[in-house]
Design a binder for this molecule. Structure first.
Ligand SMILES: Nc1nc2c(ncn2[C@@H]2O[C@H](COP(=O)(O)OP(=O)(O)OP(=O)(O)O)[C@@H](O)[C@H]2O)c(=O)[nH]1
Length: 343
């Protein structure tokens, strides 16, 4: 049986297994198996040429945003409105064949916006160019999931499932679990909080599925078995995601209002150029970038030319941006111990 069949068998079994106390271990084990096979599926195959035209997109600019969505939701239209790169928009599906980087200039920052080919159901199984699409998406700082407001919910859950299965976690933080495989001593299990979803026995079962018999595990938060599996498998990407409902000119005001109130969501119309400014503002917030303005002694700061850095960057990072030898010429305090300039 191939990996794809094994995955589909396990998915079916999970779907038909009732969730209760008696099946908790069985389900945990199935989930561990599923995560293992999915990881195998996404390992790059040596024979297949993995480079597709348009996919070697250099990471340039200050941040990178991946635009994901089904065909014909308006991605190309959006890109041509927001960036200087024109992506061919047409009234038929699958117009975007390559990943065309466009750049949004906002508050002095260059934000690279990638128009990924409409990912379709099954992309996670390596069908078509799905695997490459996903590889690029994983390098982004923020995902914009563009949805057609008239069929948003269905599209959203399909894409979420798809991204979930390739290890991309949207609007979630890394589970606070300490996990360290050891050479001996068995499995030591501890928790600093009351656990309602995982038990020592379940953790052991899952670890055994991964052939791990010696490890230290400390739960610092009440995590689910899926989150624990994420920690063991590693290689997960935790990414902010903005759900953008386009084509609101085609739905009722009540529906617009409902969608706009959902968490992490924005409603827009590319066709009528509605709410695009707000989307940019929110995107900026999600990217969490910081503008730093320099000034010469005795002069006012130059607010036209910002140094863009990520939140949490230090004075040393600023120095490196100005010139790579600047930090090493500092006298005191030593650059490596320079205090963080902003929290
Ligand atoms: N009514 C309406 N139509 C829109 C809006 N935005 C885009 N469209 C139309 O939707 C169609 C598809 O738009 P594209 O920008 O090509 O969509 P895409 O997501 O890039 O599609 P692919 O390239 O196939 O992935 C075009 O006919 C657009 O004119 C909108 O806000 N309202």
């Amino acid at each position: 049986m191939g990996i794809l069949e094994k995955i589909s068998e396990i998915e079916k079994e999970i779907a038909r297994t009732q969730k209760n106390k008696a099946t908790e271990y069985h389900l945990g084990l199935l989930k561990a198996k599923l995560a293992k096979y999915r990881a195998q599926l996404l390992e790059p195959s040596k024979s297949a040429s993995s480079k597709g035209e348009g996919f070697d997109v250099m990471k340039s600019g200050d941040a990178r945003v991946a635009l994901i969505g089904f065909p014909s939701v308006g991605k190309s239209t959006f890109l041509s409105l927001m960036t200087s790169t024109a992506s061919e928009a047409a009234s038929y599906e699958f117009t975007t064949l390559t990943c065309i980087p466009g750049v949004i200039e906002y508050k002095g920052a260059n934000i690279q916006l990638l128009d990924l080919p409409g990912i379709i159901e099954g992309a996670a199984q390596g069908k078509g160019r799905g695997r490459q699409v996903i590889a690029v998406a994983r390098t982004a700082d923020v995902v914009i999931m563009m949805l057609d407001a008239t069929k948003g919910e269905v599209q959203r859950s399909l894409l979420e499932k798809e991204l979930e299965s390739v290890g991309i976690r949207l609007n979630k933080h890394k589970p606070n679990i300490y996990f360290k495989p050891k050479k001996g001593g068995g499995i030591s299990f501890n928790s600093t909080v009351t656990l309602t979803q995982c038990s020592e026995k379940l953790v052991q079962l899952i670890l055994h599925e991964y052939k791990i018999f010696n490890a230290e595990v400390l739960f610092r938060e009440d995590c689910s078995p899926d989150e624990f599996i994420d920690v063991i498998v590693g290689n997960r990407v935790y990414m902010p995601c903005l759900y953008v409902y386009n084509k609101i000119d085609q739905i009722s005001m009540e529906e617009v209002d409902r969608l706009a109130r959902k968490p992490n969501s924005v409603v827009i119309s590319c066709g009528m150029k509605l709410n695009l400014d707000y989307l940019l503002e929110l995107l900026w917030e999600y990217l969490a970038l910081t503008c730093i303005y320099t000034k010469k002694r005795g002069q006012r700061p130059d607010f036209t030319d910002a140094i863009i850095l990520r939140k949490g960057a230090s004075v040393e990072h600023v120095c490196h941006r100005i010139h790579r030898s600047l930090a090493s010429q500092f006298k005191a305090p030593a650059p490596s111990t320079a205090r963080s300039a902003w929290a």
